[in-house]
Design a protein around this ligand. Structure first.
Ligand SMILES: Cc1cc2nc3c(=O)[nH]c(=O)nc-3n(C[C@H](O)[C@H](O)[C@H](O)COP(=O)(O)OP(=O)(O)OC[C@H]3O[C@@H](n4cnc5c(N)ncnc54)[C@H](O)[C@@H]3O)c2cc1C
Length: 461
């Protein structure tokens, strides 16, 4: 019988970020259980060309820097903070586990172990069951990330059709001779298109099935370093001003577009999707070169000569490569209480910032006693899906942030948290007049923007 303070189910990014803060801020013991052979969760199954879409500098766990905090000098991310590759992320979590967690002597790690409930897990190697006595059980699996390589396409694929997950795109013979069809308009679809363009596939050889177009976050505006002050804080100021002065949600998105806060691939199409995809302006330019875009809804089936969709069909051929980019890496899970007696369910408390959220939840757990207070500080922000969700998650995010800043201890912790990086909390004192002007704009429009968002949300819900 293993006896621990916390049983963390899932050694993905959230489980690791939670465990890190518990180990740093308490003397507690942890059992970390995961089906996979290594920590890092879904990053172990990602396509080889995957990278973070946000800067490395605020991803991973709080206590260890990810990457070298440098600026990319080439490629579509040039001029911006580096983005870790999938293999770097996996290597990083391996280091965190071995060099940091295990060295404390307070962590027991059980890889290749399937949690079955009631404190029991089964080894996938020996089949042996282990029962645990745990003070609290931390569910770090609830967000349910799915990537294309771990399941077949959700539409029918006939014999003779080449339909691959993006993981196989780099294999010999997989770059298309007869053209490629990318199925899915999300970030994975974008990555597949960019990978092909980068490797010499002509844009005209690519057909892109995009049931919905999306608003993307402009990565230029998500740069935490002080040298990017005007991009990051200027963007916050522009966002708040645009919200406060908007007359409707449509008007608000038009203002974001004009200010470059949000980006869209096709300037003639009004996006209806928002899933926190983060791209650079150079990536958007490259994606725009693909003009064979199919907007006929979702795919139902692919045969050797036809693709059938919700609203019509298009021709294909036996030599065409179809790339399935449809898995849901950002599922909209119902919000449940994070702190519930002996159970903690990790969820987002900052929009699409899962690792920060897990670290924050651990800090709340380490510093407060009763569930009501803890849940009061950590309102769940379910992942957004459509453009209307932008208003919901942004308002919820503003309310959470305001609450945290009212608590001096929390505000101080946030200012030291590397995962909170893009907030500007680590900036030196601001004295330059142009920067002070930006901060004044933020202060002026924060409350009117929150009130306007509240109106939009009330009208929707
Ligand atoms: C392509 C891609 C790019 C992304 N880029 C970014 C980014 O730049 N920035 C960002 O903030 N987020 C990004 N994300 C979001 C990303 O999903 C989160 O940052 C984070 O990795 C989610 O981790 P997780 O721990 O919630 O889930 P997972 O990685 O799915 O981890 C859950 C773990 O639980 C284990 N598990 C599940 N059930 C059981 C069980 N019964 N027993 C034992 N173990 C179990 C699984 O094996 C898995 O290892 C990206 C996502 C994708 C798909």
């Amino acid at each position: 019988m293993v006896d621990v303070d916390y049983l963390v189910i899932g050694a993905g990014a959230m489980g690791m970020a939670f465990a890190d803060v518990i180990l740093t801020e308490t003397d507690a013991t942890i059992a970390l259980v995961d089906r996979r052979p290594r920590p890092g969760g879904h990053w172990n199954d990602a396509y080889p060309h995957v990278r973070l879409h946000q800067p490395s500098s605020f991803y991973g766990v709080n206590s260890r820097v990810l990457g070298t905090e440098s600026i990319d000098r080439y490629g579509w991310n040039q001029g911006l903070s580096e983005l870790a590759s999938g293999s770097e992320v996996v290597g990083y979590f391996d280091q965190v586990l071995r060099q940091d967690f295990m060295a404390t002597g307070r962590v027991q790690y059980f890889p290749l172990s399937d949690y079955e409930g009631d404190g029991t897990f089964r080894s996938l190697v020996t089949g042996e069951r282990t029962a645990l006595m745990a003070g609290k059980v931390v569910d770090a699996t609830y967000m349910n990330v799915v990537v294309p390589s771990v399941r077949p396409p959700l539409y029918d694929v006939a014999d003779g059709v080449t339909c691959i997950p993006p993981n196989r795109l780099g294999e010999p013979g997989m770059l298309p001779g007869d053209g490629a069809v990318v199925v899915g308009g999300g970030k994975t679809g974008m990555d597949a298109v960019l990978f092909m363009l980068e490797n010499g596939v002509p844009a005209d050889d690519i057909t892109w099935i995009r049931p919905r177009d999306q608003w993307c976050i402009n990565r230029n505006r998500l740069q935490p370093m002080f040298e990017f002050f005007h991009d990051a804080m200027g963007s916050q100021a522009a966002t708040l001003k645009a919200i406060a002065e908007s007359q409707s949600m449509e008007d608000m998105f038009e203002r974001f577009d004009e200010a470059g806060v949000l980006l869209r691939i096709d300037p003639d199409v009004t996006p209806t999707m928002y899933r926190c995809a983060t791209v650079s302006e150079l990536e958007i330019e490259a994606l725009r070169t693909v003009t064979n875009v199919v907007r006929l809804g979702h795919v139902h089936s692919i045969t050797t000569d036809q693709i059938t969709l919700d609203d019509g069909s298009i021709a294909t051929s036996p030599g065409t490569i179809h790339i399935d980019c449809t898995a849901d890496g950002l599922a909209q899970r119902p919000a449940v209480p994070i702190f519930d007696g002996a159970k903690i369910t990790l969820q987002s408390v900052r929009t699409c910032q899962q690792v920060f959220s897990a670290a924050f939840i651990a800090h709340i757990e380490a510093t407060h006693d009763d569930d009501e207070t803890k849940n009061g500080l950590a309102t769940v922000i379910p992942h957004p899906d459509d453009h209307l969700d932008w208003a919901r998650v942004t308002l919820a995010h503003m309310k959470n942030s305001a609450r945290w800043q009212q608590d001096p201890e929390l505000a101080e912790w946030l200012s030291r948290s590397r995962l909170y990086g893009l907030s500007g909390s680590s900036y030196p004192e601001i004295v330059e007049p142009d920067k002070l002007e930006v901060m004044a704009t933020i202060a002026e429009f924060a409350m009117p923007a929150a009130m306007r968002l509240q109106e939009y949300v009330d009208a929707m819900d």
